[in-house]
Design a protein around this ligand. Structure first.
Ligand SMILES: O=C[C@H](O)COP(=O)(O)O
Length: 248
């Protein structure tokens, strides 16, 4: 049985005051029973948010990290630093990181290995561009990203990974993939895990959908057999909206 996960990705949004007001709201409004909820916040907010969210059933995550444990990497943060804040998740290989900051399948793989080593839960993102979808290359692209992202990770660890399928054309555009289309790709990802590892691993690994998820679309997406949750950008920024998503 896979526990549903509704994860908010705040991206580069919110001051400390705004984040604390959001946490206060979540403290007063519990998520649906049996649903895990998560906020992935900008790094400077993590320590304060960990305190503010203590006792709320809302987990905390970072949005990126470096693949080395420490060293001369100005401006970067490590897995151990994230763990120190009290955060337990980290988003890796988001398409914005790949497109705007030059992340590659190889660097995302190194980060995933490093996060697991530190005991963080990686949310490994994959997704095709509009051009790739129109050329009928979705499965091929996703397969390459998933295989590279998980390279060298043993079966005992792979079930700790969460995979987020986020078609690039649906991110921040208001265009959501239909529930059926999103489920088809998530099912294909589960098939890839089964081929790489085992049916058992594929059955226990959680797969999220992301891309313009909102309070109108979340229920349909969550009703699909292979979608275990959502990675939400825009609709996670207002506390009321995020809370409604967690009570789908
Ligand atoms: O990580 C979240 C995704 O990029 C989705 O963002 P969005 O919900 O604003 O489309």
């Amino acid at each position: 049985m896979r526990t549903p996960l509704i994860a908010g990705n705040w991206k580069m949004n919110k001051t400390l005051d705004e984040a604390l007001a959001f946490a206060r709201y979540l403290g007063e409004h519990a998520p649906k029973n049996g649903v895990e909820t998560l906020i992935c916040a900008p790094a400077p907010l993590l320590y304060s948010l960990a305190d503010a969210l203590a006792g709320t059933r809302v987990a905390l995550g970072a949005q990126n990290m470096h693949h080395e444990a420490q060293g001369a990497f100005t401006g970067e943060i490590s897995a151990a630093m994230i763990k120190d804040t009290g955060a337990t998740y980290v988003i890796l290989g988001h398409s914005e990181r790949r497109q705007l900051f030059g992340e590659t399948d190889a660097s995302v793989n190194r980060k995933t290995i490093c996060a697991l080593k530190e005991g963080l839960t990686p949310i490994l993102c994959c997704g095709e561009s509009l051009e790739e979808r129109e050329a009928d290359r979705t499965t091929e692209v996703i397969k390459a990203q998933v295989i590279s992202g998980l390279h060298g990770i043993a079966e005992a660890d792979v079930t700790k990974v969460v995979i987020a399928y986020e078609p690039i054309w649906a991110i921040g555009t208001g265009k959501t993939a239909s529930s059926a289309d999103a489920n088809e790709v998530c099912a294909a990802i589960r098939g890839i895990i089964s081929d790489l590892y085992s049916d058992k691993a594929a059955e226990s690994l959680r797969i999220l959908y992301g891309g313009s998820v909102n309070t109108d679309t979340v229920k349909g997406l969550m009703a699909e057999a292979d979608i275990d949750g959502a990675l939400v950008g825009g609709a996670s920024l207002a506390a009321e909206s995020f809370h409604s998503l967690t009570t789908f």
